[in-house]
Design a binder for this molecule. Sequence first.
Ligand code: ASP
Length: 354
Amino acid sequence: MIDDSSRVLLIYTGGTIGMVENPETGFLESFNFEHLNSHIPELQRFRFQVDHIVFDPVIDSSNIRPEHWQKMVRTIEDNYEDYDGFVILHGTDTMAYTASALSFMIENLSKPVVLTGSQLPIGKLRTDAKENLITALEIAADKDLIGLPIVPEVCIFFQNYLIRGNRASKINADNFNAFRSFNYPYLAKSGVHIWYDKKAILPVNNEKKTRFHYHLDSRIVVLRLFPGIDQTTVEAILNIDGIKAVVLETYGSGNAPLTTWFLDAIRDAVKRGVIIVNVTQCEIGSVDMQRYETGLELLKAGVISGFDSTAEAAIAKLMFLIGHSYEKEDIKVRMRVPLVGEITRPEERINERI
Ligand code: ASP
């Protein structure tokens, strides 16, 4: 139910969605966002209010940095009381990272923050921008029967699906269905109506206030295993000066080679205080280091499970926890607990299957 008094703030950060093709050069260029209405006249048909803020300069999302996430959170904090929901227009390339980071940076969110973008610029005839933007705005304004926002989460709306932000992966560089949630149900699906899966949506804790966090530490590295990975490379990565954490992308249910030099390098890094989080290279399923000897050795070496986390969410969560100077052991505990629905613990997965 969208009431006429709803107010949504549209935050344009950049990306293909806000571009038009220069007829002379054929290059994509950012268009003047003040002319949004002329590109999407449908916006005037909304009965609720949509205001907008444009980042200056706008950025291709490949250039996104933690400073931009801080700016997005600051914009939301500054306007939190005045709006019922927020839509962030963002390039698709790093949208899953941004959505993950924002989900941790805004604690106890009570209003929708919907990220969207498009594969074709808004000025193109066949653009997917219109449908994505219009539905994202509706979701941001939508309320239940007692007037509370339906989706008080950081999420991504893309081609008919609403995805929890920290569960999203970009899976397609060409097609309109560019995002997928492999390990968690969609929060909503749009068709003739918008169907919300209310059981899948995080509840708001009304006892707690919304808090905005800004500290992030990016001294993290991703180490993706492949058969034949070189000893010197692995050792060099694990010994990078000042490194705080490693997201180790393993095989299958969290398995890695049993080679002595490899396990020694892992043990040595853990002893030096480096936090190593195991995420699987598989899109679907979870790390379970007790299934094979090749996983068990990692567990014994002190590697912690990332369960069914996306790599994007594991990176953002580590940046957030390390940035907030939690004790190392505390970070390890928090990595194993869902803070904002980013992982499914094994006992919940079993319940799910039953
Ligand atoms: N390179 C663009 C970006 O991520 C692609 C897009 O918007 O889809 O900003």
